[in-house]
Design a protein around this ligand. Structure first.
Ligand code: ATP
Length: 360
């Protein structure tokens, strides 16, 4: 999108949310905007007060026309969801999921990268750089099920997993595309030895697509339990990990310590090939235990901003921002308490901004 003066403008809807969400976005947004500006791009940020406070005040976490509101933007940057006075499932089902589902953001991308100066459980010298590509619309999170005989010893609950050829194929195409671009193997995580119907379909569809459209991309299939062990023992052996909604949720949290913890883990919810804004958010929640103290690590939010910039077509700004994060972590200025440092949220973000300005 170009402004009247010829400069490129990117419209960002900023949803600060709950807990540490506002703190990390307040710190991260100026740094993200600075990286964009250095690349000749102006971020036009709209603040949206959606989240737990709004839900308690008005009965709605976001307005009825929320999807139209965000559609008028190029991207959404989200802080965190989770209010102490709101049930966690209510928070998720009234804000995050309606947005992801309403926009049909079918791909959840969660990179796990080891950074210089950040201690992780990885073996010394092991270079961790993997990407979890998670199907974001169905699987065990389709919301289909029910309960009968509630509160009695005969109570039964069903939670029906949905796996459709269409959804598997589009997320697999996204995963293969990333594997090709990154020059890595695509590892498909399923459990088709036990859950034979749904995960059997995953195995078939991914193998067919790989042969048909991505014969140059190395691929393997792994059972998710064995893959979890491998991810902990040898995370550096993995490149792109393609998974269902549930497995992706679990595996990406499992991998987060290899990036330095939840404060270091960004994510993107996108719909490649569809003209809708992406939704970029740190993997962490609202962290009520540290909210309001100014000590939250803003790196996951900054790195989510880098993913946003790449998605809206500013790869130069995204690369520069990631490089600056690396420099600031290596030199120590961006190391918050969760990383064994002493930086506050604002100081950590300022260290990244300084690194951005420093000559290469
Ligand atoms: P929620 O209910 O919103 O999911 P939670 O506390 O269950 O909150 P997270 O918010 O993800 O889940 O936090 C898990 C742990 O990780 C907490 O101890 C929290 O302090 C820590 N943590 C999460 N994000 C950060 C961050 N950005 N910086 C520092 N510590 C963090």
């Amino acid at each position: 999108m170009s402004g009247a003066d010829g400069t490129r403008r990117v419209r960002v809807a900023a949803v600060r949310g709950d807990g540490i969400g506002p703190e990390v976005l307040d710190a991260a947004l100026p740094v993200i905007a600075r990286a964009a500006a250095a690349d000749g791009v102006t971020l036009d940020v709209t603040d949206l007060d959606w989240g737990g406070d709004r839900l308690l005040r008005t009965g709605h976490a976001m307005p009825d026309d929320a999807i139209d509101v965000v559609r008028a933007h190029d991207a959404i940057l989200f802080g965190a969801i989770g209010h102490p006075q709101v049930d966690p499932d209510v928070s998720v089902w009234t804000l995050v999921l309606p947005l992801r589902k309403g926009l049909q953001l079918y791909a959840n991308l969660r990179p796990i990268v080891g950074w210089p100066g950040v201690a992780t459980p990885a073996r010394e010298g092991a270079e961790v750089d993997l990407l979890v590509v998670r199907e974001n619309t169905e699987g065990e999170y389709a919301g289909i099920g029910g309960r009968v005989h509630q509160g009695t010893p005969d109570e039964v609950a069903t939670e029906v997993a949905v796996h459709s050829r269409r959804a598997i194929e589009r997320i697999a195409r996204c995963g293969f595309g990333h594997a090709r671009e990154r020059g890595q193997t695509l590892t498909l995580a399923t459990k088709s030895n036990v859950a034979r119907h749904g995960y059997g379909l995953w195995d078939e569809v991914v193998a067919e697509l790989g042969e048909r459209e991505f014969p140059d991309v190395p691929r393997e299939q792994a059972y998710v339990d064995a893959l979890a062990t491998r991810m902990v023992a040898r995370p550096e052996s993995l490149g792109v990990v393609l998974c269902s909604n549930l497995f992706g949720d679990i595996l990406s949290d499992l991998g987060a310590p290899f990036a330095g913890g939840l404060g270091m883990a960004p994510s993107a919810n996108v719909a490649p090939g569809v003209d809708v804004p992406g939704f970029f958010e740190p993997v962490h929640g609202s962290a009520p235990d540290i909210a309001g103290q100014g000590i939250a690590n803003p790196t996951a939010a900054v790195l989510s901003g880098a993913m946003l910039l790449r998605d809206v077509g500013c790869p130069g700004a995204a690369d520069a921002l990631e490089r600056a994060v690396g420099t600031a972590l290596r030199d120590g200025g961006a190391r918050t308490r969760d990383l064994g440092g002493t930086a506050t949220t604002t100081q950590a973000a300022a260290a990244v901004a300084d690194a951005l300005d420093a000559p290469a």
